[in-house]
Design a protein around this ligand. Structure first.
Ligand code: 13P
Ligand code: SF4
Length: 326
């Protein structure tokens, strides 16, 4: 614990010294979330991370999250230096949607408006008309549907089919999924709800349809936290990465949060509902990164680069979303 406190102090000092700003996602280590908040950075969902990174005047952003979040920051601010504690932190949705296969799929359906989830590579975003995050995907597809557009959606099939059902839009769905949310189980969730009939069920839309069907609130990480804060209820069952519980407990003290069941049984499996790639961000590698960020080796090992041409194309689809959200 001593070492943890020392590392946090060192990180705070280095962030100031190097004039770098920390942007953390709600699924990373609790200390990294607190550090972002305490040092004038931000901890949030992927939409807010993108907006905050774009608008902040700092020349260096440290992104504690997964690779697509760092790439989005770079695409929006090519002049900034974007660093990540571990560049191997990827996402099963991104891995499951290779740019060449995706491009062929789009080419085969030229009549469709291409909408991609944020959890994709820069090259996939470059091929898209719109990029969306979980907090705004539903509103954007509704808007496109009202304009009579047919949609090609990628890569998350659960989020895609949830949006399809809600909007009635004509959507062709890529068959990707999040390995964390895919593990939540509907039947077991129903049994848990029977034990806590007063509990409200909060679900991230990357979860399977039979889990989403039981939800009182479906939303992005920020929307789930806000729902818990604003609700009169004081017990919640939460179906998303358990990294979020740190912020939920801090934001709604005294309320009770229960993890939704996964295949591995949440009572015994501590890591089922936690993203292995988000978990690659830690105090030690963050401190090392800050300490060494002026060394050339760091550029190769920790800096995000996006091909300028791809970046130029991808920025359109991301900016459309940010303008829509504004
Ligand atoms: P949010 O946009 O809801 O934060 O979710 C993004 C995500 O999938 C992180 O894994
Ligand atoms: Fe990707 Fe799922 Fe991890 Fe989010 S939690 S980064 S969607 S694998």
């Amino acid at each position: 614990a001593e070492q943890r406190v020392e590392l946090k102090e060192r990180i705070k000092r280095l962030l100031k010294e190097k004039q770098a700003v920390l942007v953390s996602h709600y699924y990373v280590d609790a200390d990294l979330q607190d550090l972002a908040e305490e040092t004038g950075g931000c901890v949030s969902d992927s939409l807010e991370m993108a907006r905050f990174g774009r608008d902040h005047p700092a020349k260096t952003l440290i992104v504690a999250g997964v690779r697509f979040m760092g790439e989005t920051a770079k695409i929006l601010s090519p002049e900034k230096r974007i660093l990540m504690p571990d560049l191997d932190a990827t996402c099963s949705l991104d891995l499951g949607c290779p740019a060449d296969e995706f491009t062929a799929y789009c080419d085969a359906h030229p009549d469709r408006t291409v909408v991609v989830y944020a959890n994709t590579s820069a090259a996939v975003k470059a091929r898209a008309d719109w990029m969306v995050t979980s907090s705004i995907g539903l509103d954007i597809v509704k808007h496109l549907h009202e304009q009579g557009k047919k949609i090609l959606w990628a890569p998350d099939k659960h989020l895609g089919s949830y949006i399809q059902k809600q909007t009635g839009a004509d959507m062709l769905l890529w068959q990707g999924s999040c390995l964390v949310h895919d593990e939540f189980k509907g039947v077991e969730l129903e049994l848990l709800k029977a034990q806590y009939p007063e509990a409200k069920i909060l679900v991230h839309p990357e979860s399977p349809a039979n889990v989403v069907a039981l939800a009182d609130v479906v939303g992005s990480t920020t929307q789930i936290i806000n729902a818990a804060v604003e609700s009169d209820c004081d017990t919640f069952i939460v179906a998303t990465d358990n990294g979020i519980l740190h912020k939920m407990r801090a934001a709604a003290p005294g309320k009770r949060f229960i993890e939704a069941p996964t295949a591995g049984n949440s009572a015994t499996c501590k890591s089922c509902a936690h993203c292995p790639w988000m978990a690659m961000n830690g105090l030690q590698n963050l401190a090392d990164l800050l300490e060494n960020m002026d060394q050339p080796e760091v550029s190769a090992a920790n800096e995000i680069f996006v091909d300028a041409e791809i970046g130029k194309q991808a920025v359109t689809s991301i900016t459309r979303m940010l303008d829509f959200a504004a």
